[in-house]
Design a binder for this molecule. Structure first.
Ligand SMILES: [Zn+2]
Length: 304
């Protein structure tokens, strides 16, 4: 099977200006992920953008486990979550007030109101969770991400991304991120450092919407087109997959964590159903058999 150019994230280096960047193109992965959800258009947009940002941010870290980006707010959409395993398996979902009207806004982030953006890296039970957190600032998700990096890491970040539904009804996404690290001690390039950044940003901003999403334009060709004067060097691309981590065992554990009375309330025609919020897969259980099983096994620790 020929290597597809879609659903890849790739690190690149600009040799002239000594800047690091990431490029992301998503086709079937983002389309499958979003089509599974029955959300209003603007909530889908937010969910997709969060997934893109999570992919960009997770690719900057070396980890074994799960990277989670969570946005929480007090608006009509109160939560958006995207998480990625170190194997590139991504999933994402949103929570919104079903009875509230989702207003038409120029930018879907306005639907989240005031709140924060947080990311964690969970590497297993006995390891520290790395966490970054920033108040939602400015109007766009991009503003909040840039604010986070400048505040907590002193990294200046340039971003250009787009998520859109094509004429064929399918979603596509493309994004490029450039980052400037603070100058190392003893390194005092001053104005040259600033010039390098400005030049690279002009090139980044010259990328058109069409180029970001064009399935016929490969990631490498796009990088070369934008940055060839800077001596662009691309590293091996990493594939991204649309893959949830839910299972019957996890669904059963959720049911074990609630009381027998709550389970009885949830039972319809002798059946208990747990639906995964990320992928909408439904797990059905026979209520009576489950109660017997729980009574027989005693309390069990939930497993993550
Ligand atoms: Zn699932």
């Amino acid at each position: 099977m020929p290597m597809t150019e879609d659903n890849l994230i790739q690190t690149f280096q600009l040799e002239q200006s000594n800047l690091r960047g990431r490029i992301l193109r998503l086709g079937s992965v983002i389309d499958d992920l979003l089509r599974r959800h029955d959300y209003p258009a603007q909530v889908l947009q937010l969910t997709g953008e969060a997934a893109m940002m999570a992919l960009m941010l997770s690719s900057m870290l070396k980890y074994e486990g799960i990277f989670t980006l969570q946005i929480q707010g007090d608006g009509p959409v109160d939560m958006v979550v995207a998480d990625i395993t170190d194997h590139g398996n991504i999933r994402a979902c949103a929570r919104y007030k079903k009875d509230a009207e989702i207003p038409e806004v120029s930018n879907p982030m306005l639907l989240m109101g005031k709140g924060y953006l947080a990311f964690t890296v969970d590497q297993g039970p006995d390891t520290d969770k790395y966490q970054g957190i920033v108040a939602l600032s400015g109007k766009t998700l991009q503003d909040s991400i840039q604010h986070y990096f400048s505040q907590s890491e002193q990294i200046t970040t340039g971003l250009r991304y787009l998520l859109a539904r094509g004429d064929d009804g399918h979603w596509r996404a493309g994004g490029i991120m450039l980052q400037r690290l603070p100058e190392a001690k003893g390194e005092n390039r001053g104005e040259a450092h600033e010039d390098d950044w400005c030049r690279a940003m002009v090139l980044l901003q010259s990328c058109t919407d069409q180029e970001l999403l064009d399935p016929a334009l490969s990631q490498n060709d796009l990088l070369f087109r934008l940055f060839h004067e800077e001596g662009v060097r691309a590293f091996d691309p990493v594939p991204v997959r649309d893959q949830c981590r839910c299972s019957a065992e996890r669904a059963e554990n959720i049911l074990r964590m609630v009381s027998a009375a709550e389970r009885a309330d949830m039972t319809i025609e002798g059946k208990l159903v747990v639906t995964c919020e990320f992928c909408n897969r439904a797990y059905g259980f026979d209520a009576e058999a489950l109660e017997q099983k729980i009574a027989g096994s005693g309390p069990q620790q939930p497993q993550e």
